[in-house]
Design a protein. Structure first.
Length: 296
């Protein structure tokens, strides 16, 4: 009897494929009666980096790395789409819901020095987002920051070639690529608030589908934290008009949420704690507080 094949859609980048294989391997181990297949594809964001120039991508563009994969999911060409949750728009198509998230990777941002360097020499720090650049300015006053594009290995090559004095990258991506030794220091979430969903792998499916085979990897705390962080971002307009950071952490039945945003009133951050079952409500309240709409 032939095995049922589950097709997992991914971007072609090395990191995206590694993340998708994390999901596939968990499914294969738990369900040997199923066959798993990788379907890697190029997205609009991979083909054209022009929208990510500082002039047009002042605060980050989401969706360019998910569009083609979602179209394949909608058409039935794949069964599950695998994304970095932070790359997904906060307003998703209800016909293509997030159906599972495995245990979160390292949510922190990391500081990387050129190969062979043990100390930071003042210069230009490469940061891929305004969220990082604004928070770095508070942590290292007087240090200039500039956008850096390309995949992780491309950015590291630019660093080692002398284009930058340091980089700020997501720790989870470096670790999944086996590059954790390049990290010089970590920024704790209270220092540099991560992007909503940073370190989380999201499995997206079709509404009404049966995704029982994803139960083997599903982590409920991670799923709730992702939902809470995205609710914070959505309340601030989805991150489309200002840099946004959010990090949620669950301990027992309690949750703590740290939020960061930049608006006309300036850069601000704050935290809130409460019952985990009220995480989304707390995230919305925190977003309203930071945006000056508390009590609205």
């Amino acid at each position: 009897m032939d095995k049922r094949t589950i097709r997992f859609g991914s971007r072609k980048s090395e990191l995206a494929v590694i993340q998708t294989r994390i999901v596939m391997d968990a499914v294969a181990r738990a369900h040997p009666e199923l066959a798993v297949e990788l379907v890697a594809m190029e997205t609009s964001g991979d083909r054209n980096m022009k929208p990510f120039s500082e002039a047009s991508d002042k605060f980050g563009i989401k969706g360019l790395f998910t569009q083609e994969i979602e179209e394949a999911l909608r058409s039935g060409a794949i069964d599950v789409a695998v994304h970095s949750l932070k790359d997904m728009p906060v307003k998703t198509d209800p016909e293509l819901p997030i159906v599972a998230c495995p245990k979160r990777g390292d949510p922190r941002d990391a500081f990387i020095l050129p190969a062979g360097r043990t100390s930071f020499e003042r210069g230009v720090v490469g940061c891929s987002s305004a969220r990082r650049r604004l928070q770095l300015a508070a942590l290292l006053p007087g240090v200039s920051a500039a956008p850096v594009r390309g995949n992780v290995n491309t950015r590291l090559r630019k660093l080692d070639d002398g284009d930058f004095s340091a980089l700020v990258l997501a720790a989870a991506g470096l670790r999944r690529l086996g590059l954790g030794k390049r990290i010089s220091r970590f920024f704790e979430p209270c220092e540099m608030v991560p992007a909503p969903g940073q370190g989380i792998i999201a499995c997206q499916g079709r509404a009404g589908g049966d995704y029982y085979y994803l139960d083997a990897l599903r982590d409920r705390d991670t799923e709730l934290c992702g939902e809470v962080e995205r609710a914070f971002s959505a309340e601030l307009g989805g991150g489309c008009t200002a840099p946004v950071g959010a990090f949620a952490e669950i301990s027992g039945r309690e949750i703590k949420i740290i939020g960061f945003c930049c608006s006309e009133g300036g850069v601000c951050s704050a935290s809130i704690s409460g019952r985990a079952c009220e995480g989304v409500k707390l995230a919305v309240a925190l977003a309203r507080k930071l945006s000056g709409r508390e009590g609205a």
